[in-house]
Design a protein around this ligand. Sequence first.
Ligand code: GTP
Ligand code: MG
Length: 200
Amino acid sequence: MLIKSAKYLLSSPSFDKCPPPVKPEYAFIGRSNVGKSSLINMLCNNDKLAKTSASPGKTQMINHFVINDSWYMVDLPGYGFAKVSQSSRRRWEQMIENYLRKRENLTMLFVLVDSRHSPQKIDLEFLENIKKWGVPCSIIFTKTDKENQRTVSKNVNDFKTAMQQTWQFIPQFFTSSAVKKNGRDKILSFIGEMNGETGK
Ligand code: GTP
Ligand code: MG
């Protein structure tokens, strides 16, 4: 699938402030600093689209981008950042749970996982909620340029094995590097298929 245009639309503090659910929507979530905003920029070929930062906790709102005037990409704030208060953690949970359970045009949630680490409890627990809420999801292992291929493969396989304990059907897995621009074609064709543009 070809990205002809990618435009920032809106940052919403809550589910009910999001733009009308009139286009298919693809959202990106995962731990703080896992590379959600960087991945969106890499997919859109525009480093200035979503704001990124070397320190965790950069993205705070529900950020909508319009792609090809026909579908939305959504950059979400991350979870698991140690330096946040109980109250802001609860606010995040409420905002995300509301958004994920109620957003009727949410076609696919991409859950990003750092490919450098063995399976982390926080990601597996987050995915348990996703399963419970019935949100369609896929997993993208990020930052593959930072580790050797063997370790990445082992971490991906171990994650799959961990999920097999509780998941009947394992979601689609992707690997990516925002630095090397790896994974772009596969992720975009996957989205293209869901948008009904098979073969493009
Ligand atoms: P929050 O918005 O804080 O939750 O973070 P995020 O998940 O949006 O992460 P972001 O895209 O801001 O990236 C965090 C840091 O990781 C930045 O310093 C990025 O440059 C770096 N980064 C992201 N993706 C990659 C990647 O694929 N490879 C490498 N080497 N660095 C990456
Ligand atoms: Mg971000």
